[in-house]
Design a protein around this ligand. Structure first.
Ligand code: BES
Ligand code: MN
Ligand code: ZN
Length: 499
């Protein structure tokens, strides 16, 4: 999709579809009012008749509006008009509704007037970034593996945003680049995650990392099993034992900052399929466990975003990748392994494998002397029970870092919600035979998982995002969501001084 901005009067714009908003009380926005005047009052007549009520996201398509140059006019509801501007959600609902309605027509280009409307506390850059990310998300199709592609893809190829003043163009240009880069990162995360596990193996992820490294001049290192053995990554290797696919440990470097700037390290869980291992999962819905590498996919997406924008920041992406399968050599409940940190772990449930591969990756991250480390993982079913598909779970050993991530998630429309990491929960992790078990006693499953990780992150500021509920949708709309790339992208952009 091509995105651009221009300035001018709405009624004079030649395009396939012009998109203007109106509020729930029937009040027209300035743009809609301009069309209404040009069109002899037709829009207000429709509103008075009750044909368009202005509920956020509702739409009404008008054809042949007199006095207007556009082929079609799409009225979009913005919800209640509020002091200081509409809410984030109303803006997003309106954009989603508009993109859906426009793509259902034959319009090849659309011009949106929605970024002219006030959104409380948000600037033009925010509105444009949001609009681009939402439009790209709505248009994303995962048909790479269908022998017959969708024969009627939407005609829409260009989206323009009509600015109020020409002078806004410069700020807008930056926001367009950022929006495109975030969307590109999300799309990459979705693509990788949607690839089935017979194709998307640890080796495949390593190849993709090398490919991306070449394309964007990122330094990429891939450690093989023998490298991991030499280092002593006993926890990661334990998970890999059950599978014939060799594990890979992928490290990607984006050097955008000064040489001595400490890097932000992103660690993504890369279980390319989680059967549960010997503690086998039930069959129903097990196919969704191809998505157990969504943390890794989000790291890929962030590295791409940072490279596209040439962010002046040092970023290291670390991805421990393996399958979790039951095989003749697979780990068994009761087995004890030694992690890279030297701490021993009694594996009570082989399905709690994410923390086993992450703990070694988190110990490995120490060598980068990080500014901070954020791990991203589809770690627990318990977080889905607690937060559903709305918020990712956030836990951190540093309150400032936690608040920073929460705020960026809020801005990005990709929210997280904090859970406590109190010592009281650490008491739920006790083993008679090793330093710790890999599961806690009953309850607080997402927190005890994070408590386990916290034992490997004492050397730096660390936050953990449990994305088991937010990284993909199941059911009819099955597919990866690209989350939490928007949250992390905002986090990195802000740290780079770009927001
Ligand atoms: N990958 C799963 C977590 C998961 C479950 C994500 C359902 C999305 C949907 C993880 O490896 C896992 O199996 N966790 C176990 C931990 C338990 C054995 C302590 C879980 O949550 O059931
Ligand atoms: Mn598991
Ligand atoms: Zn898992």
């Amino acid at each position: 999709m091509e995105f651009s901005t221009k300035a001018g009067s709405p009624e004079k714009q030649k395009c396939g579809c012009l998109v203007v908003g109106l509020f729930e009380d029937g009040k027209l926005t300035e743009s809609a009012a301009a069309l209404d005047r040009a069109g002899g009052g037709l829009i207000s007549e429709l509103v008075n008749r009750g044909d368009m009520k202005g509920k956020a996201g509702s739409t009404l398509m008008l054809h042949h509006l007199t006095g207007v140059q556009a082929q079609r006019v799409l009225l979009v509801g913005l919800g209640k008009e509020e002091e200081g501007g509409i809410k984030d959600k109303a803006f997003r609902d309106a954009l989603n509704g508009a993109v859906r309605a426009v793509t259902a027509t034959g319009a090849e280009d659309a011009l949106f007037c929605l970024s002219r409307e006030e959104v409380a506390g948000r600037d033009l850059g925010w509105k444009l970034r949001q609009a681009i990310v939402l439009a790209e998300s709505a248009l994303y199709r995962s048909d790479g593996m269908k022998s017959k592609k969708d024969d009627k893809p939407p005609a829409l190829a260009k989206i323009g945003f009509l600015l109020k003043h020409r002078a806004e163009g410069e700020a807008a240009a930056d926001a367009l680049l950022q929006g495109r880069a975030i969307a590109a990162g999300m799309n990459l995360a979705k693509e990788l995650a949607d690839v089935p596990a017979n194709v998307c193996t640890p080796g495949y992820l390593a190849e993709q990392a090398k490919k991306q490294g070449k394309e964007f001049k990122l330094k990429v290192d891939v450690l093989d099993r023998s490298d991991m053995e030499k280092l002593g990554m006993g926890a990661l290797l334990a998970v890999a034992r059950g599978s014939h696919e060799p594990p890979k440990f992928i490290v990607m470097h984006h050097h955008g900052g000064k040489k001595k700037d400490k890097p932000v390290v992103l660690v993504g869980k890369g279980i390319t399929f989680d059967s549960g291992g010997i503690s086998l999962k039930p069959g129903e819905g097990m196919e969704d466990m191809k998505y157990d590498m969504c943390g890794a996919a989000s790291v890929f997406g962030c590295m791409k975003m940072a490279a596209l924008l040439d962010l002046p920041l040092n970023i290291v992406g670390v991805i421990p990748a393996t399958e979790n399968l039951p095989g003749g050599s697979a780990i068994k409940p009761g087995d004890i392994v030694t992690s890279l940190s030297g701490q021993t772990i009694e594996i009570l449930n082989t399905d709690a494998e994410g923390r086993l591969i992450l703990c070694d990756a988190l110990s490995y991250a120490e060598r980068f002397q990080p500014e901070c480390v954020v791990d991203i993982a589809t770690l627990t079913g318990a977080v889905v029970v607690a937060l559903g598909a709305v918020a990712s779970g956030l836990m951190a050993n540093d309150e400032e870092l936690a608040q920073e991530l929460l705020a960026r998630g809020q801005e990005a429309g990709d929210r997280a919600w904090q859970m406590p990491l109190w010592d009281d929960y650490q008491e739920m992790l006790q083993s008679n035979f090793a330093d710790m078990p890999n599961i806690g006693t009953k309850g607080a499953g997402s927190i005890t998982a994070a408590c386990f990780l916290a034992r490997f992150t004492k050397a730096y500021k660390w936050a953990h995002l449990d994305i088991a509920g937010t990284a993909w949708k199941s059911g009819k709309e099955k597919g990866a969501t690209g989350r939490p790339v928007p949250l992390l992208a905002h986090f990195l952009l802000k740290r780079a001084g770009k927001l």
